[in-house]
Design a protein. Structure first.
Length: 274
């Protein structure tokens, strides 16, 4: 069983679900456990609050380190995935510019291939990524770029130099595409989530043992619920970089497409003036 359906909600809807879950468990759990705890542990001759404070401090330190490492891990994975997207879009723009030095008809064909590929990455592959599918909808368009490059047979020394430059850039582009595609399947291993959620349950459960006023305890339980739900929300939102409303967007590819359109507009204007 997975919980990928959580990414179908808006960011505030996702936070609300996590907050209600943790807060309900914290408050309702205390109300259910209050009677047996009072009967068996809240004896007048035992300073239970001091004992619980000691254990809460120890557990809190270890859990804080754990949750901190998990948060840093998902944040680094999110940034790494964004860098992969930026790298691929940058390589596409570089290849578009490099092939300008090839013969006119070849250059025009490859440039058109690049534009079609970018558009299909935005329109077709990104929705696949958001659904958790392997984004391969634009693979045929990518292969078309390679095919048109291979079919060209350079004759002059100038064409040979530029052609080799384009082939090297395409090879780099293929690697960046592969990394971006694989990055859509990167997330925390289930065992990490298991340990993290067990830690949350233990930390909340220990707070039930404190001997204090019921209303004050409910307020404290809500505060604990808010804190934990906020941290878990951040981890969930960043865990799968290409899923949900907080996922990586197509901004980098749109930027490259805009620069290509600007380049074509300037070229058309130059041709009209001459």
């Amino acid at each position: 069983m997975n919980f990928f359906w959580l990414y179908d909600f808006s960011k505030w809807g996702l936070y609300l679900i996590i907050f209600i879950t943790f807060s309900s468990f914290s408050v309702l759990g205390y109300l259910v456990a209050k009677k047996p705890l009072t009967k068996y542990f809240h004896s007048k001759d035992i300073e239970i609050n001091d004992v619980i404070s000691h254990f809460t401090g120890i557990i809190g330190i270890f859990f804080g380190i754990l949750i901190g490492l998990v948060a840093v891990g998902v944040w680094e994975n999110y940034n790494s995935s964004q860098e992969k997207v930026d790298t691929e879009s940058g390589n596409l723009l570089a290849l578009y510019r490099d092939c300008s030095g090839l013969p006119s008809q070849v250059s025009k064909t490859i440039k058109e291939d690049i534009k079609i590929y970018i558009k299909n990455v935005i329109k077709k592959e990104w929705p696949q990524s958001k659904k958790g599918e392997l984004p391969l909808a634009a693979l045929d368009d990518f292969n078309k770029i390679q095919q048109d490059l291979i079919l060209f047979n350079p004759v002059t020394e100038r064409d040979k130099i530029i052609y080799e430059l384009c082939l090297n850039k395409f090879s780099t582009l293929a690697g960046s595409r592969r990394e971006r595609v694989y990055a859509t399947q990167n997330g925390l291993p289930p065992i990490v989530w298991f340990v993290t959620l067990i830690g949350c349950v233990v930390l909340i459960s220990i707070s039930w043992f404190f001997k204090t006023d019921t209303r004050l305890h409910i307020v404290m339980s809500l505060i604990v619920g808010i804190l934990l739900s906020t941290v878990i929300f951040m981890i969930v939102a960043l865990d799968w970089p290409f899923r949900g409303t907080l996922s990586i967007d197509t901004g980098a590819f749109k930027y490259s497409l805009d620069r290509i359109k600007d380049s074509e507009a300037r070229q058309n204007l130059f041709q009209l003036n001459n």
